[in-house]
Design a protein around this ligand. Structure first.
Ligand code: NAD
Length: 313
């Protein structure tokens, strides 16, 4: 197996594996998992050189943090651990200083550690932008001063909201999701160049478009329009015809995108870790890529609304 590659994460002194471990599936977000198998997946990932682990109290309403904390027992020093604060349920958000402080302590306890490498404000488009900039991010920085957090970030969906909050709030990192993969490729329009200009790190999450770019059906909560889901099925059929796996092609496509230091893919089984590691050694046949491009073209960059109305203008 090819050795893992690492990239420097701007805004930090961290070197992160180009494939990151997204832990939302450990919180049963994509269906109930076998927790022992989830733990094996975490260990295999670490043994294979994956060092970036991303979680949130929101994933499985603390279940993912608890499971990841158990799996990381004795191995904390081997990983770059990122969690989040501010989002606690589908419609429960609190970006206040008081809640951020309490949330960080709760995450530390669940993750069985005394510091987080990264703490993000989670899905900031659901909060008040000025509160995020003038209260939430400064509170994250206070945690940084206290040594409980090493770097601070923001996550969410609308690109201009992330860019504005990260630049005006002086965040170290941004995690964007579903904005650079086979189906949506607009991360370079309003976000990536702004972050580069300001020396802010970029993490690209959801290379499989939250399950659409796999052989399985996406979860019922998936917000993409139906025609995007259909396009995913068409891409899967094309990949099958070429004797290759859609998830490997989709992940490889993201690894080829230099502005993102790491591509964070959600995993809960060792077999997924193994398949995803194969992307390190693959290239995408240009003929296959052209066929995928043709299938995707009618729905390319079809996104959805997320968060407050003023953030979806
Ligand atoms: P994803 O695109 O990574 O897809 C995950 C789905 O694909 C899961 O169902 C997983 O079981 C499945 N999968 C993974 N590898 C597979 C393989 N080889 N074959 C078949 N199926 C496979 O979507 P995601 O999990 O939502 O995103 C990755 C991570 O990024 C999350 O776990 C989370 O840590 C982070 N994220 C953050 C935000 C945010 O902050 N707002 C949003 C989305 C994702």
């Amino acid at each position: 197996m090819k050795e893992m590659e690492y990239r420097a994460l701007p805004g930090t002194d961290l070197k992160v594996s180009v494939i990151g471990f997204g832990a939302s599936p450990l919180g049963d977000e994509f269906g109930a998992i076998d927790p022992d198998e989830g733990e094996r997946a975490v260990h295999l990932a670490i043994d294979s050189g994956i060092n970036l682990f991303d979680v949130s109290p929101y994933y499985g309403r603390t279940l993912a943090e608890n499971r990841l904390g158990k799996a990381l027992a004795g191995r904390r020093a081997e990983v770059v651990l990122a969690s989040k604060c501010g989002r606690y349920d589908v419609a429960e958000f609190d970006f206040s200083a008081r809640r951020v402080m309490a949330s960080a302590e709760e995450s530390l306890e669940r993750l069985r550690t005394d510091y987080l490498d990264i703490l993000h404000a989670h899905d900031i488009e659901f909060g008040d932008r000025e509160q995020i900039i003038h209260e939430t991010i400064p509170t994250l920085k206070k945690l940084k001063e206290q040594g409980k957090v090493r770097f601070v970030g923001v996550t969410g969906f609308p690109l201009h909201v992330l860019a504005d909050a990260a630049v005006r709030g002086h965040a170290d990192i941004v995690m964007s999701y579903c904005r650079y993969n086979l189906l949506v490729r607009d991360l370079g329009t309003e976000l990536a160049p702004v972050l580069r200009e300001h020396g802010i790190g970029l993490l690209n999450a959801s290379p499989l478009h939250m399950g659409i770019l796999t052989e399985c059906d996406p979860p019922a909560w998936h917000p993409a329009p139906e025609e995007v889901k259909e396009a995913g099925k068409a891409v899967a059929a094309i990949c099958r015809r070429y004797g290759t796996s859609i998830s490997t092609v989709a992940l490889r496509f993201c690894l080829n995108y230099p502005p993102a230091a790491s591509t964070v893919v959600g995993m809960s089984r060792s077999s997924q870790v193994e398949t995803n590691l194969k992307a390190l050694t693959r290239t995408i046949d240009p003929v296959l890529m052209a066929e995928i491009d043709r299938a995707v073209e009618p729905v390319l960059n079809r996104v959805w609304k997320s968060g407050r109305q003023e953030n979806n203008a």
